[in-house]
Design a protein around this ligand. Structure first.
Ligand code: MRU
Length: 361
């Protein structure tokens, strides 16, 4: 996607052997990149959310493993690096998926070839993610197009958190249909949940949509239900950090409440995700490990002051406890459909198996 006229992806390898990422902790105020030189840099980037979003976490972990093997590609080093990367963020299944995929490719190779093979595989993961997100965009845009034909005015889409190109390698998952519809000339407007505590909606989704010229309005997380009651939301599309084989969708905390409100108001509620986000080993979403993050993300807010300085301020009284669970699970029964690279299916085991019959065994 373009930023000030220049096409970017969120992660790319450099000829020097380092890996460059967009530093998302500085957005929307500064657009800067950061070079990851080794395993520790990659792990830190994921942990501190310099990079975030399930597919991008996976891509960064794959490159992180490749970076780790540049000096030592022994079996022990692979195991140690994978363990370290896996521990950075527990919920998005793309992380473990990407590490396993690179591991399987490099394990049978001679030690001298492993680092190069890991870089190649990380690159493949990125290319596939781009193609899959583009396909998700095409499938989802059909849904938006059909709605546009029905309502005969702009289509209002509500989204939560950031599941746009910044969360992936390019295009995004939940926002890919929006971009595809907008680029096809369909009038679309996005209600952007600010997404406390870290405000990925207000800072990242709004930044992305603005850069692409998509009309949007940032709203507080609690407004969505009211807008749905008043016919102001035609559909909701969210991303996913892990979708179970039975169609339960784990995504940024607050997604579940939006799904409940959508259900109560007859608003279609879709989750958009690539196959790498499906955890075929799990049925019940309540078994998913939910990341607990630092309470300071709840007690403090970061923003730009009138003088241009970026500052962190406390919004909770000293001494009050705060709980920061980063994700929640929306049961498949509340999800109208899953938009994947292979098409749209019901959020259920039979639905997923229709699109991925090879998983039936
Ligand atoms: O904590 P984050 O910013 O990594 O959470 C991101 C989300 O919840 C996204 O919706 C999800 O990863 C899907 S990204 C295409």
């Amino acid at each position: 996607m373009k930023v000030s006229g220049t096409a970017y992806r969120t992660i790319w390898p450099l000829p020097s052997g380092a890996v460059r990422v967009i530093d998302q902790s500085r957005l929307p105020f500064e657009f800067v990149t950061l070079d990851l030189m080794g395993l520790e840099d990659a792990a830190h980037a994921i942990r501190s959310m310099v990079v975030r979003g399930a597919p991008l976490i996976g891509a960064t972990a794959a490159y992180g493993l490749a970076l780790a093997l540049r000096a030592d590609a022994s079996d022990e080093r692979i195991a140690e690096a994978a363990r370290m990367l896996r521990a950075t963020r527990p919920t998005a299944v793309n992380l473990a998926w990407a590490l396993e995929r690179v591991r399987q490719v490099i394990a049978p190779r001679p030690v001298s070839e492993r680092a190069r093979a890991a870089f190649v595989e990380a690159g493949r993961i990125c290319e596939e993610d781009v193609a899959q997100c583009r396909a998700i965009g095409a499938h989802g845009a059909k849904i938006i197009g059909e709605l546009a034909g029905k309502v005969r005015r702009r289509v209002n889409v509500l989204t939560h958190c950031n599941a746009g190109w910044l969360a992936c390698v390019d295009w995004g998952t939940a926002l890919a249909p929006v971009y595809a519809a907008h680029d096809a000339g369909i009038e679309v407007h996005v209600w952007v949940d600010e997404t406390r505590p870290r405000n990925q909606g207000a800072s990242l989704t709004a930044f992305e949509l603005g850069a692409h010229g998509v009309p949007h309005t940032v709203i507080v997380d609690n407004l969505g239900g009211h807008l749905m009651q008043h016919g102001e939301v035609d559909l909701a599309i969210v991303g996913s950090d892990r979708t179970t084989a039975a169609g339960d969708v784990c995504n940024k905390v607050g997604t579940y409440l939006k799904a409940l409100a959508a259900h109560d108001n007859g608003v279609p509620f879709y989750a958009a995700l690539p196959v790498s986000t499906i955890d075929w080993s799990l049925e019940d979403g309540r078994a998913i490990e939910i990341e607990a993050r630092d309470a300071e993300e709840v007690t403090h807010l970061t923003g730009r002051t009138g003088s241009g300085a970026i500052e962190r301020v406390r919004v909770v009284p000293e001494g009050s406890a705060a709980l920061n669970l980063a994700f929640d699970v929306t049961p498949g029964r509340l999800v109208t459909g899953l938009i994947t690279e292979r098409g749209v299916c019901a959020a259920s085991r039979p639905g997923l198996l229709q699109l991925y019959p090879e998983r039936a065994a």
